[in-house]
Design a protein around this ligand. Sequence first.
Ligand code: NDP
Length: 249
Amino acid sequence: MEGSRQRLALVTGSSRGIGRAIALKLAAMGHRVVINYVTREDAANDVVKAIADRGGKALAVRADITKVDQVEAMFQRALELGESVEILVNNAGIIKDSLLMRMTDETWDNVLDLNLRGAFLCTRTALRGMVRGRWGRVVNIGSVVGMLGNPGQANYAASKAGMIGFTQSVAKEVASRNVTVNYVAPGYITTDIVEGLPQPIKDRIMARIPLQRFGKPEEIAGMVGYLVGDEADYVTGQVFAVDGGISIG
Ligand code: NDP
């Protein structure tokens, strides 16, 4: 690993999709990684095995990150891999789409609870060790929908837009402690969510993407790898779209 230190990283929702790719990337950079999941234990164990097979260290930890006690317990378990979590990637997220006039309280609350409150709980817990250690990296996985809006996704867009203000505010709070906080906004990435869309919808989306293809989870992981590495020491409070150009409009 090119001179940078090996750290302890925690990636929420890293049993699948983008989180999995981020966990594999961080492990390839030499970091030890906590693989958080909520239901799919087998998938989380697969990620741990993939990392171990390549000579890395990882630990799967089940925690519903909307629950404060489970978040605290997860950060305690993380100590099996190192002294304190130095890299946090707030990746876990869900969509529950509905036009606003038909949106139930529950649909609104579920999405805000995981995408925004979950990131708040994990960041608050992680910052204690980061501030004490005078080094930390927080990367929030948002969405271009948080910058552009999308019909049927008012709850999701609100959660992801909220995460931008969260990123900027926390970045200002902890910059003097050498902790950076940044936001990565994926466009349409080939994970379970996008692959499950009906073909006509996929075609409509594709027509709006200047680079004319969906992104790969590894392309989001590459940006996260940059942000947690030494080359990004002077970067904080920023939003990075990795979206094939869709946010250019
Ligand atoms: P997936 O649906 O593939 O994976 C979701 C992950 O979140 C899983 O690991 C899941 O765990 C975990 N998770 C779900 N609920 C909880 C919970 N309560 N506590 C802890 N973990 C939980 O997601 P994607 O990879 O598609 O998305 C990852 C992030 O990227 C999200 O924040 C999403 O909003 C964002 N994004 C994705 C885009 C895309 O095109 N895919 C586009 C823009 C943004 P388990 O496996 O156990 O269920």
